[in-house]
Design a protein around this ligand. Structure first.
Ligand SMILES: [Zn+2]
Length: 456
């Protein structure tokens, strides 16, 4: 059994029910401007300076080797910055609860699901404030959104560099042309409700003041992939939940956190099913997971990050258009993107999810589907087994037939052509791409994320 020492719960200081700060330990630096709460809204952000990280992007003047073949640097400035700033917020008391020990175990055999017990979150379940049967919904400024977050929760702004290098500026004006800033902030789990709370759990909020609804477009997805690439650590993952898959805030955001263990889904062998048809030197390749409870597609390759990003974004836009909810897991420093179209909410609405599973109150979203499952009841944790975990996430999977249809639509939308898998199955041993790695790279473990083997 593993024990991971971690922060139990992160609560945004401005997101108490009354919208009032109640944590006297919070130290807000500098004078509050605008509305007096120093928030990310129109009242305060335009007059503010915040730390700024700019990332390099391949273009006409900046050559980029296919990221598929690039080796990440040994240490990432961005990841150190992110984790350092995250710890700084913890030390300043912005997280409402102390660091505690939380039980996590890896279920032996099969997929090696990582199961975490997260009981005692004495938080009221906040009802979802919008329809769960529509993937696309308009932004509603009357409902909770991230412009209400305090600036002390922001770790840095994340923007494209104007040259071929990445840069960090400890303080820079929040510039609004052509778009408002992208911000990386500590997460606001109280409202998200769906997330396991892990070391370095943050949100990437795209163009915060433009008030975009939760929907993927080309620029926002490219931004998320760029953050994963700059973090340059395979244990740093990013995730996205569309509306209808337990995203509870309709304001465009991605999540990220650091877990020093491979996600079960990352170890599953895959079979190539589609490839890009353009003139790229390195094709974008889409594979299907073999032997995993949830049917999904894995995107890899491309000459540039934009090639990969574009193929995924086109696919997501199609799913959104067809009102198919989905989750995305970005792994392997932005080199692999798992796309999980899902139907749990629909099944739940039709009364097709078993009472036993409903009672666990686990909403299978991106982290759960990836194989990192947070259980709320001790009894579920104690008896967690491979079968129970599989049953939980298998519920989200589309049927084989629906998945085949989705694949055909994606192939068209993303300009990919399908590979004859019948023929490929004959050569399966050559075509299966396995990224299996059972070894836990303990050198990557952060000191606050200690994995202690052998003890409960
Ligand atoms: Zn304000």
């Amino acid at each position: 059994m593993l024990t991971i020492k971690r922060v139990a719960t992160v609560v945004s200081n401005y997101q108490e029910e009354g919208g009032e700060k109640d944590n006297a330990a919070v130290a807000v630096e500098g004078e509050a401007k605008g509305c007096g709460r120093n928030c990310l809204g129109k009242c305060c952000l335009p007059a503010s300076d915040l730390p700024l990280y700019t990332f390099k992007v391949a273009g006409e003047d900046c050559a980029e080797e296919s990221i598929f073949y690039q080796k990440p640097p040994e240490t990432s400035f961005l990841l150190n910055l992110l984790l350092g700033q995250w710890e700084n917020r913890m030390n300043r008391g912005l997280f409402r609860y102390d660091v505690t020990t939380c039980k996590t175990k890896i279920i032996p055999g099969g997929y090696s699901f990582i199961v975490q017990l997260n009981e005692g979150r004495h938080l009221k379940k906040r009802p979802t404030e919008f329809r769960v049967d529509q993937v696309l919904q308009d932004f509603d400024e009357k409902k909770f959104n991230f412009t209400k977050v305090g600036q002390e929760e922001v770790l840095f702004m994340f923007e494209q560099s104007d040259d071929c290098y990445s840069h960090f500026f400890p303080s820079a004006p929040a510039i609004f042309k052509p778009t408002s800033p992208n911000v990386v902030a500590i997460n606001v789990v109280k409202l998200l409700q769906v997330s396991p709370i892990e070391y370095g759990h943050v949100l990437l909020i795209a163009r915060v003041l433009d008030c975009l609804p939760q929907r993927i477009d080309h620029m926002s997805f490219f931004l998320a992939l760029s953050l994963a690439k700059e973090a340059a650590d395979r244990f740093s993952r990013m995730g996205y939940n569309s509306l209808g898959t337990f995203a509870t805030i309709n304001h465009l955001h991605f999540q990220a956190y650091y877990l020093a263990s491979p996600f079960p889904v990352e170890k599953v062998p895959t079979l190539r099913v589609m490839t890009s048809t353009s003139m790229q030197r390195y094709a974008v390749v889409v594979s299907q997971l073999l032997k995993f409870p949830v049917r999904s597609l894995v995107f890899e390759g491309g000459d540039t990050l934009w090639d990969l990003s574009s193929a995924v974004a086109n696919s997501c836009i199609l799913l959104q258009h067809n009102n198919i909810p989905f989750n995305i897991l970005i792994a392997d420093c932005g080199k692999r993107v798992f796309l999980f179209p899902q139907c749990y909410a629909e099944k739940q609405a039709r009364g097709e999810v078993s009472q036993e599973l409903l009672e666990t109150q686990v909403n299978p979203a991106v982290w759960e589907i990836g194989g990192h499952i947070v259980l709320k009841r001790r009894e579920d944790f104690e008896k967690a087994s491979r079968t129970v975990s599989t049953r939980l996430i298998v519920e989200v999977s589309l049927s084989e037939e629906s998945c085949r249809e989705v694949k055909a639509q994606i192939s068209e939308a993303a300009g990919l052509h399908e590979i004859d898998t019948e023929a490929h199955n004959l050569h399966q041993s050559e075509e299966v791409v396995s990224t299996s790695s059972d070894a836990t790279a303990t050198s990557h473990l952060h000191q606050d994320c200690l994995v202690v083997k052998g003890k409960a």
